[in-house]
Design a protein around this ligand. Structure first.
Ligand code: ADP
Ligand code: ADP
Length: 228
C-alpha cells in the first residue's frame, strides 16, 4: 500500500532530511514510525501525502507513483488518506459536527450523505452525544477523538498520524491507540509517528526507526522488561 524505494528528500536550503529510505507497508498493516525530533518523520509523512516531492527515489501509494502524479490528481490522492495531527487542528468557531463534516463538504458530498457519515464517524470515536458542542468545551482526549473522526469520515484506506498522543497522558494515549487498532481491524492501513518508546513497546507492532534521515531498523520491539 505504501512503498518507498531509495527515497531521499533534500529541502531547498540544501538540508537532506531523508537519505535513501526503503520500506514496504502492506494493505491492512499498522506500523509505527519513530526517531528523535528532526529525524525525518514528518518529512516522510508529507511525501506520502504528496505535500513534498522526493529528490531521489520513488514513492508509491496504493499503486500510484507519486513522481508521476499530475497536479490535478493530488486532491484525489489525498482523499484516500486521513491525517491526524498532534494539535488536532480543530476549528474553534464551529461545532464538533461541522469540524468532522469539513472534509466531506470540501469534497462536495451531498448534505444528506454528510449528516449520515459524520454521525457514523462520531459514533466510532464515542462522541455522538457531543456533536453540537464547541471543541473548546471538550477535554484534550475528546478533542483528539474529534480529530480522528474528521480523519476517517471519508473512509480513507490509509490513516497517517503525526505524534497523535504528544499532548496526552498515558491513559488517554492508550485510548487513542485502542481506537487506531479498531480502525486497523476493519482494514485501514495505519502509519503512526511517535517518539514515545514505552507506548511503542506496549503496542507490539512493527516499528520503522529513523535517525538523521536514515532508516535505522524495521522490526517489532522485543517484549517488555519486567521493570518496564
Ligand atoms: P521550500 O518549498 O522552498 O522548502 P518552505 O516554505 O518549506 O519552502 O521553506 C522555506 C525555507 O524555510 C526552507 O528552504 C528552509 O530554509 C526553511 N524552513 C522551512 N521549514 C523548516 C524547518 N522545519 N526546518 C528548517 N528550516 C525550515
Ligand atoms: P521529525 O518529524 O522527525 O521531527 P522533520 O521531518 O520535521 O523531522 O524534519 C527533519 C529535518 O528536516 C529537520 O532537521 C528539519 O529542520 C528539516 N526540515 C523540515 N522541513 C524543512 C524545510 N521545509 N526546509 C528545510 N529543512 C526542513
Amino acid at each position: 500500500m505504501i512503498h518507498f524505494d531509495r527515497v531521499a528528500k533534500r529541502y531547498s536550503n540544501g538540508f537532506e532530511a531523508l537519505k535513501s529510505v526503503s520500506f514496504d507497508i502492506a494493505a491492512g498493516e499498522m506500523v509505527f514510525l519513530t526517531g528523535h525530533s528532526g529525524a525525518g518523520k514528518s518529512t516522510l509523512l508529507k511525501l506520502i501525502m504528496a505535500m513534498e516531492q522526493p529528490s531521489r527515489g520513488q514513492v508509491l501509494v496504493n499503486g500510484s507513483n507519486l513522481n508521476r502524479l499530475a497536479d490535478r490528481h493530488i486532491p484525489l490522492h489525498r482523499r484516500q488518506i486521513g491525517v491526524v495531527f498532534q494539535n488536532h487542528q480543530l476549528l474553534f468557531d464551529r461545532s464538533v459536527f461541522d469540524n468532522v463534516a469539513l472534509p466531506l463538504v470540501i469534497a462536495g458530498f451531498p448534505p444528506s450523505d454528510v449528516g449520515r457519515r459524520v454521525r457514523a464517524a462520531l459514533d466510532k470515536v464515542g462522541l455522538l452525544h457531543k456533536e453540537a458542542r464547541n471543541p473548546l468545551e471538550l477535554s484534550g482526549g475528546e478533542q483528539q477523538r474529534v480529530g480522528i473522526a474528521r480523519a476517517v469520515v471519508n473512509k480513507p484506506k490509509i490513516l497517517l498520524a503525526d505524534e497523535p498522543t504528544g499532548n496526552l497522558d498515558p491513559e488517554l494515549s492508550a485510548e487513542i491507540m485502542e481506537l487506531f487498532r479498531q480502525f486497523n481491524e476493519v482494514g485501514v492501513t495505519l502509519l503512526i509517528a511517535s517518539h514515545d518508546i514505552e507506548l511503542l513497546r506496549r503496542q507490539q507492532k512493527r516499528v520503522l526507526a529513523l535517525r538523521e534521515g536514515e532508516l535505522l531498523s524495521d522490526q517489532v520491539p522485543t517484549a517488555l522488561h519486567s521493570d518496564g
